[in-house]
Every structure is written in C-alpha cells, then in structure tokens.
Write a protein that binds this ligand. Structure first.
Ligand code: HAM
Length: 436
C-alpha cells in the first residue's frame, strides 16, 4: 500500500507569486528601477533577518509593529533574539553606519524586497509583503522632502493612477513634541473615562497614537485635543512651509492632516502618506517622512535622513484596477519568442542545436520537452505565447531545413508555414519577430 502524503500549504498571509503574476511584478520592478535611476537612487540589499534590538530601538517599543507584529525567535545556537524585518529603514540605516556610508557624502538608496508583519490577513494586508523602500541619507532640507513626494507623483502619473491623494503633516522636533505631549496627556486625563483599553494603555506611553483611534466614541475627544502643529517652533514651521511651497511649485496637491502620526516612532518634521479609496480598508499605498534622529539612535554620527516605502501588493492591486477600468489588461508576457516542435530522436537533437543558435542571435526559445505528437506540441506552442514555431521532423533532418510557422501577427494570414534552409533560421525568425 502506498502512503498518502498530506499536502503542505503556504503560511497564512504569505503569498506565492506564480509565473503570470510574477511577470507583471518584474515588469513593474523594471519600471520602478528606471524611475529611481531618474533621481539618482542606487540599490542596496540588506538581510531579512536582524537583531531584534535594531527594531525595538529603531521603530520604538510602544508601537504596534514592535508590540505585536514581529516574527521574533531565539537563535538556538547562541540564544540571541532575531527578527524578520518588519520594515527596511532600520536595516538600511544599520548598514550605512556599519559600512561608513555616510562618512563622505549623502547617499540616495533604495531596496525592494519582502518584509514580515504578523497582522490579521485581509485584502491588502499580508504577513509577508513587499516594499519599495527609498531613503535619502545625510540630507536635511525641505527640498529633499519635497523631491521625494514629487518623485512619487511622477510614478503615479507614469502608471496612470489618478485616485491617490497626498496627506501631509509635520511632527516637529522632539522638544516640541514633548511640550505637546504634556498638554495632550492633560487632555486625555480629563477624558480618561471614555478611553478604550488601547487608549488607557497608551495614555502615558504613546499618547499621540491614542488620537489615531478608529473608536467612534473617542472621536470628539480626539478632535478637540491640542494639536501638535500649534506647538511647532519657527524652524519647524519654516521647514514645513518649505516643503509645501515646493509641492505647490510642482503642482502636487496635498491635504494637511494634523492627525497623521504614522506607526513608527522615528519620525520628526515632515510625514506623509499616499492614500486611495479604491482598496477597501487598506488604502495607504505609500508612507514615509523625515527621521533625523534615527542614525544617531542606532549608534551612528548624527545625520539627517528622509524616506518612504511603497506597499507593492497594494500598488499593483490599484494599478491593475485602473488598467481594468480603462479596458486594458496588463499584457500577458509570452514564455518565449520561439517554440521548437520536433518529431524523432534525430530531430530532437537538431532542435536543441537550432535553439542554441537562435539564443546566440538573442531570441528566447523553448524546445518542446518529451515526445508527444505534433498536434499537442502545437497546442503547447500556442499556449506559450510564442510568435514563431520552428518545426523539425525527419525530412528537415535529411534536408538540413526547418519549417517556420508564424503563430501570431500579420504574416500569419499570408503564409502559414515556410520551409527554409537551416542556416537561414535566425535570419527568418528575426524578420518574423520584427514585424508587428
Ligand atoms: P509603513 O507605513 O509601515 O512605513 O509601511 C509602508 C507601506 O507598506 C504602507 O503604506 C503599506 O502600503 C505597506 N504595508 C504595510 N503593512 C502592510 C501589510 N501588512 N500588507 C501589505 N502592505 C503593507 C514603513 O515601513 C517605513 N519604513 C517607511 C519609511 C521609509 N519611512 C522612512 N523611510
């Protein structure tokens, strides 16, 4: 009796990307890399696993991410606590300190890859998701904050997205936040009876986050709370005005949202989010801001920095919806340019050689694997999306010829199949593929 093995499924909230989707992702990533090059950003890749303390110190102990969303485990070899990165900024800052990246000049860097948060999965919210993370390290002015935002507006435009809006706020500097915090705690204490459990717990640890509540009973109290904006000093206001002016210069609309506090503690001055109503409850496609204190907090020489991260799943979802609305589907990537069908042992060997010659000429080629009949091989050729099929049988082997069949495009009507000399194969295939 054969043993039946149980199937093993992926972990909940962690998705497989199969060839169709993955081709779309690759095309999207190419576009994103091109966009980033346009602003002088260069790629960095840091490990997905880091010391837990990098995130507890960097992101903040009293944040949802650190309190409840991190995948943390103990390294059984040395007892160290390790965590799968829940975001990329802390790791990039660690790497830039460790390798003295900021020693000589500022750096514009980006990274694309998976991050992990133990959240309740739903549309747009996954436990493994992907970010395009962009960081400008060592630059202090409002010009760079605005440049990052304008850069994002350009990406939306390039993707044809119109349903994303910009929310903007300033969190000021730590001293200004401290003064506001004291006033806020006094306000919250006055309304202690209506605070929910989270609110009570955060009253003294993270009172700003109490205002970020979705609890309707607390809305009025949150609306009448002292506003951080009113506690900002001259320099913070000037920085914020500088950002706003440049957004106006660039024609980028924004909405001031004094309640925008972000879910990570490292921010100061400018914070922003790009939000859409088209993705249900998880509508933030990008978030970021300035984090001038983080480099020093993680042991580096104090230096300013600003950045953002785009949630790739959400952005791709929005992009695909937009294309579908316009009646356009993201084009399905063909597996190859040329599909080679063959019959007989000799022809199979010739097929392998002919395919190598075609690859030398720069074409992508799939040789049919196995020994099915021509009919089913042609079905596979068609399903592959190839525009040209090359046919090799015993006659072709004997005559050193090949059959070339155009599977798609205008030529299809003109001539179903041509017999050509084998040494003209690359030339004829090239001509076929260059016609629309
Ligand atoms: P964040 O707002 O935590 O910021 O995440 C950035 C983006 O990642 C969000 O706007 C959202 O699109 C996406 N995202 C977050 N959680 C999930 C999830 N569970 N599933 C799918 N997508 C999600 C940061 O991570 C900061 N490090 C951004 C930054 C870079 N600030 C400065 N530099």
């Amino acid at each position: 009796m054969t043993q039946a093995f149980q199937k093993i499924a992926a972990i909940r909230g962690m998705n497989d990307l199969l060839p169709g989707d993955s081709a779309r992702w690759e095309r999207f990533e190419d576009l994103v890399r091109d966009w980033l090059r346009g602003y002088g950003y260069r790629n960095v890749r840091t490990p997905v696993l880091e010391h837990t303390r990098l995130f507890t110190r960097g992101i903040g102990e009293v944040t949802d991410i650190v309190e409840k969303e991190m995948y943390t485990f103990t390294d059984s070899l040395n007892g160290e606590s390790l965590t799968l990165r829940p975001e990329m900024t802390a790791g990039i800052v660690r790497a830039s300190i460790e390798h003295n990246l900021l020693y000589d000049r500022p750096h514009r860097v980006y990274s694309i890859g998976p991050v992990f948060r133990h959240e309740r999965p739903q549309r747009g919210r996954y436990r493994q998701f992907h970010q395009i993370d962009v960081e400008a390290l060592g630059l202090a002015g409002p010009d760079i904050d605005a440049e990052l935002i304008v850069m994002l507006a350009r990406l939306w435009k390039r993707l044809g997205l119109t349903d994303v809006r910009l929310e903007l706020n300033s969190l000021g500097q730590p001293v200004e936040r401290a003064a506001h915090r004291a006033a806020l705690i006094a306000h919250l204490e006055k309304h202690r009876d209506i605070l929910d459990e989270d609110g009570k717990r955060r009253l003294y640890t993270n009172p700003l986050r109490v205002l970020d509540t979705k609890n309707a009973a607390m809305q009025e109290m949150a609306d009448s709370a002292p506003r951080l904006f009113d506690f900002l000093g001259e320099a913070s206001r000037a920085h914020f005005d500088g950002v706003c002016q440049r957004l106006v210069d660039a024609g980028v609309d924004y909405r001031l949202n004094p309640r925008l506090v972000r879910g990570l503690d490292y921010y100061n001055l400018t914070v922003f989010e790009w939000v859409t109503d088209r993705l249900g409850s998880q509508g933030t496609v990008c978030g970021g801001g300035r984090y001038d204190g983080l480099i020093e907090l993680l042991g580096g020489k104090a230096a300013p920095a600003v950045g953002f991260a785009i949630g790739m799943e959400r952005l791709l979802d929005l992009w695909e919806q937009t294309l579908a609305d316009e009646g356009r589907q993201p084009a399905c990537e063909p597996e190859c340019d040329v599909y080679v069908v063959h019959q007989g042992d000799q022809a199979q060997r010739l097929a392998a050689q002919a395919a190598e010659t075609l690859r030398d000429a720069g074409f992508s080629v799939v040789v049919h694997a196995g020994s099915s009949g021509f009919k089913s091989q042609f079905k596979r050729a068609d399903a592959s999306g190839a525009r040209v099929a090359v046919i090799l049988g015993s006659d072709e082997v004997a005559n050193r010829t090949a059959g070339v069949k155009f599977l798609r495009g205008a030529i299809e009507q003109e001539s179903a199949q041509q017999q050509i000399a084998l040494d003209r194969l690359a030339e004829v295939v090239g001509a076929a593929l260059s016609t629309k």
